[in-house]
Design a protein around this ligand. Structure first.
Ligand code: COA
Length: 171
């Protein structure tokens, strides 16, 4: 897949992204906002493992956020299953060196219609840690609404946090 947005390109991961992935992802300020599956520290071995997973066929969609030919972040769609099979989650992160330039807003804005086209879903959702107003703002700018607060749902880095559920319904 190759999606051109005003500030970045969303494209498939390639093995040659490993060094830049490990470089940009190795940041505790990013990991603090992600699930624990996101390694911290983020080593070159972790990068190879992730790219191996992201390039194997699976129901998930994993795309690199590419700026000037370099993979500087990631965005993905994870369809849920069983009784939640008509919902999917969206997740993303970006190198701290590029925060605040509208890159993830562009990425989410362009990926939402693709997610609804690709999957038979009616809900695209994201559970944001309550200490992450920047991510909430990104989703609000992309037409998501704040649906619910799941109190004390998250334990991250030793702290108990609320999870704020954002959702975008199929139009
Ligand atoms: C969250 C993250 C993806 C945002 O990416 P980004 O490209 O910097 O975001 P954008 O520049 O598109 O938009 C950021 C918005 O938040 C706003 N913002 C910045 N600091 C803010 C704050 N403290 N409170 C509220 N809004 C804030 C910005 O002003 C901007 O909104 P605006 O365009 O209305 O001014 C990035 O910071 C990141 O990777 N963080 C760590 C990982 C993470 O949080 N992933 C998401 C897990 S749910």
């Amino acid at each position: 897949m190759h999606v051109i947005t005003p500030s970045c390109t969303l494209r498939d991961w390639i093995p040659g992204d490993a060094v830049s992935l490990a470089w940009h992802a190795n940041n505790p300020r990013i990991a603090a906002m992600m699930r624990n599956a996101f390694p911290s520290p983020y080593t070159l071995e972790d990068a190879h493992r992730f790219i191996g997973m992201a390039t194997r066929p699976s129901p998930n969609l994993f795309l690199a956020i590419d700026v000037n030919g370099e993979a500087v972040g990631g965005i993905g769609i994870h369809p849920l299953d069983d009784v939640k099979r008509r919902s999917a989650e969206i997740g993303y992160w970006l190198s701290e060196s590029l925060w605040g330039k509208g890159i993830v807003t562009d990425s989410v804005r362009f990926l939402v219609p693709i997610a609804f086209e690709r999957y038979d879903i009616v809900r695209l959702q994201a559970g944001i840690f309550s200490n992450n107003p920047v991510s909430m703002r990104v989703l609000e700018k992309c037409g998501f609404t704040r649906e619910a607060v799941l109190r004390d749902a998250i334990t991250k880095n030793g702290a108990l946090l609320d999870e704020v559920m954002y959702v975008h319904f199929r139009k």
